[in-house]
Design a protein around this ligand. Structure first.
Ligand code: AMP
Ligand code: MG
Length: 343
């Protein structure tokens, strides 16, 4: 059992965090997407510590974070011209590129794959820490495997307190969902995980492959997508429908059915529908038409519902465009149950 330090973000915290990383310790830090659990990516033993602390399956590869473009060369075999264009367009930012792995990257980082996932995060704390550490940092989301990803330092400490050296507290992560993972070793490239950079934004730069994450080929390429993830402890039911009215009617029916059986229900609702469910626990995710607010609140909400003490939580589906694709991907996984934890 380690005593985990909570470091308020300042120059001293960055210097200490960087020193800990260089010494092979685990340090969690905020990015624009979610909090990451960092270890020196070139230190195989330190990276193994990430898998132990999270309870993450060894075949679920990690994303390597860099603080400068110059750090990428040593991590990969080649950088195709398209990858260069995407880095210029979206870095620092929530786009992870899967490239051929160089021998400098320990096998454990990539879960045995011949590729490596790389990104430069767009957050002052993450960039300051990466630049001070002067090593690439492998950093999956800083949650216990299977739990919702952390968007505050409190979430990190709730899951990993006592298992890691430190967390740098940089407040709430602004985007709130993870990066888009794009495999650029394929032509055309393939989205392995929808995330903060949207399909619409990427399509402006390149035609995209049609493989979806339901396909076996894609699952082989991105093992993380195979595992359950993001689930609250309370059963979550995602209710989809043709319109937001239809969704509200369906949830209302289900709440009544629950109440007849003596069960308690709660709802993760849109602002537009929140008034329709009566006197039960409700958490407003945001407006139906504002996916940015919803993504920022999503993972916090998936943790908060466990405080309600209800038997079931119904969640309204959101439109699957733009950031809505990443939100719906996370909600489907959260609703799929708590088996086969992986992330
Ligand atoms: P996390 O950082 O916990 O949000 O998860 C990282 C995600 O990136 C998982 O879905 C992994 O499967 C994916 N990933 C990481 N490295 C690779 C890689 N080399 N090839 C394909 N997917 C990867
Ligand atoms: Mg994760």
């Amino acid at each position: 059992m380690t005593c985990t330090m909570r470091l308020a973000y300042d120059a001293e915290a960055i210097a200490l965090g960087a020193k800990l990383l260089r010494a092979g310790k685990l340090v969690a830090f905020p990015t624009e997407t979610v909090y990451g659990l960092g270890a020196n990516a070139l230190d195989g033993q330190a990276v193994e510590g990430i898998f132990v602390a999270k309870g993450r399956p060894a075949d679920n590869p990690l994303i390597v974070h860099v603080g400068s473009l110059g750090q990428v060369d040593a991590l990969v075999d080649t950088i195709p011209p398209l990858a260069h264009r995407l880095m210029r367009a979206f870095w620092p930012g929530p786009l992870t590129l899967v490239l051929g792995r160089s021998h400098a990257v320990p096998c454990v980082v990539s879960g045995g794959l011949e590729t490596v996932a790389v990104r430069m995060p767009d957050h002052p704390v993450a960039l300051a820490l990466l630049r001070a550490a002067r090593v690439p940092v492998a950093a999956p989301s800083a949650n216990v495997s299977g739990r919702p990803s952390p968007t505050t330092a409190d979430h990190v400490l709730a899951d990993l307190g006592g298992r890691i050296a430190a967390v740098v507290d940089g407040g709430h992560c602004p985007l709130g969902v993870e990066s888009t993972v794009l495999d650029v070793t394929q032509c055309p490239p393939v989205i392995l995980r929808p995330g903060g950079v949207t399909l619409e934004q990427l399509s402006e730069y390149t035609p995209l492959g049609t493989v979806t994450d339901q396909d076996h080929a894609s699952l082989r390429r991105s093992p993380g997508q195979r595992y359950g993830h993001y689930s609250p402890r309370t059963p979550l039911v995602l209710v989809e429908g043709e319109s937001r009215q239809e969704i509200a009617e369906e949830i209302t029916k289900r709440i009544t059915r629950c109440q007849r059986r003596g069960l308690r229900a709660g709802v993760l609702a849109t602002q537009e529908n929140a008034q329709r469910y009566g006197d039960i626990p409700i958490l407003v995710l945001g407006s139906y038409s504002d996916s940015q607010i919803v993504s920022a609140r999503l993972f916090g909400a998936l943790r908060q519902v466990d405080e309600w003490g209800v038997d079931v939580v119904y969640c309204e589906a959101l439109p699957e465009v733009g950031l809505g694709r990443a939100i719906m991907d996370r909600l489907r996984r959260a609703a799929a149950g708590r088996d086969g934890k992986g992330g």
